[in-house]
Design a protein around this ligand. Structure first.
Ligand SMILES: [Mn+2]
Length: 354
């Protein structure tokens, strides 16, 4: 935990700041250990303060031993100036992507001698490289989703609705130990499968058509993310053709993506195959994203991502092809970079057609 604070202080120095106000929930948890849903971290070279209200002060003291817990009450204008003044802050970074315009006005209007400096991605970048314990938690979240998927997918029949399948998956995630549902489960059948982020509907699943199922579990705060595309009954030829292109692209990417590549190069590893097969324009999203305390985080594996991939990063590999009016195929694994290579964590059943 101390290591995380040290790394953040190093980033502050590199950015010419003497302090950071952390408001983003996952960053707050990552840096302090505090799980509560409300609170502010004020981190300086010497101090680590966690300001939270009555509901959370006891929890904060237990979960964030490296932080001094400050109980706050009432309006921001009543407690924020004292908090900042007590920490002898001059150049205070704030998380520009998290602080609302209204909150910013309140923060910046309070103390004339404190300069508020917007920062982007400072704690997020630290979160990109996982510690062994974090990888363990993600592996557990992956295993929970794998078990739920393997059980429920074997019970899917024509005539069930998307919503019914999604609910069975949700129950099974919980039964297998998921502490929350990190994002709404996608079950998209037939033409609905052409929408990458479809919501489950009352549509009845028919034989021969694609069914995209995208789901994840949560364990000790860490998420997993996976997608499988299946077909009830005998698939039409078109399904097999599209499916095999997507699977080839995914397997190629999983063997090609290595330490030192940019997110863009990683993305190309799959995109090149889909483009060569003539479906490039139907793969309209990026190949993958980081997974951790948030189900979508850094790094990006996308056509314009310049960040370099390295050991300890956890990311999804999820190529897809979407054809309006027909449907779509997406196959997604969660993976970790280890010893310079991509190690796939997801083990949920994956259909293969020869
Ligand atoms: Mn994903």
């Amino acid at each position: 935990m101390n290591n995380r604070l040290n790394n953040l202080r190093k980033a502050l120095r590199e950015n010419g700041l003497d302090s950071l106000l952390v408001t983003q929930p996952e960053n707050r948890r990552y840096l302090s250990g505090f799980h509560g849903s409300a609170g502010y971290l004020l981190i300086t070279e010497k101090k680590a303060l966690l300001a939270t209200d009555f509901r959370y002060t006891e929890q904060a003291s237990r979960q964030a031993p490296d932080f001094e817990v400050v109980r706050i009450k009432g309006k921001l204008s009543e407690w924020f100036p004292a908090l900042v003044a007590g920490a002898s802050v001059k150049k205070l970074g704030f998380e520009a992507e998290d602080v609302s315009y209204d909150a910013y006005k309140q923060f910046s209007g309070i103390l004339a001698e404190v300069e508020m400096v917007p920062v982007k991605g400072m704690a997020e970048k630290l979160r990109t490289v996982k510690e062994p314990e974090e990888i363990e938690y993600i592996e557990k979240a992956v295993a929970i989703a794998d078990a739920a998927y393997d059980k429920v997918s074997s019970e899917i029949e024509a005539g069930m609705t998307e919503k019914q399948v999604a609910w069975e998956m949700e129950k099974s995630l919980r039964e297998n130990g998921s502490e929350a549902i990190p994002f709404e489960i996608i079950v998209a059948s037939g033409p609905n499968a052409a929408l990458p982020h479809a919501r489950p509907t009352d549509r009845v699943i028919n034989e021969g058509e694609p069914v995209v199922i995208d789901m994840g579990a949560k364990y000790r705060g860490y998420a997993s993310d996976m997608t499988r595309t299946i077909c009830v009954g005998k698939p039409v030829d078109k399904f097999i053709t599209i499916y095999n292109i997507v699977l080839d692209a995914q397997e190629a990417a999983e063997s090609i993506i290595k330490r030192g590549m940019t997110g863009q190069q990683a993305d190309s590893a799959a995109r090149d195959i889909i483009e060569k097969a003539g479906y490039g324009e139907f793969f309209g999203h990026s190949l993958g994203h980081g997974v951790g305390l948030a189900e979508h985080e850094l790094p990006h594996l996308s056509p314009n991502a310049e960040e370099i991939l390295g050991d300890g990063m956890v990311y999804t590999v999820e190529p897809g092809i979407y054809l309006t009016g027909w449907g779509g195929v997406r196959i997604e694994d969660t993976a970790v970079m280890e010893n310079g290579r991509t190690r796939v964590i997801t083990r949920a059943r994956k259909v293969r057609y020869d």
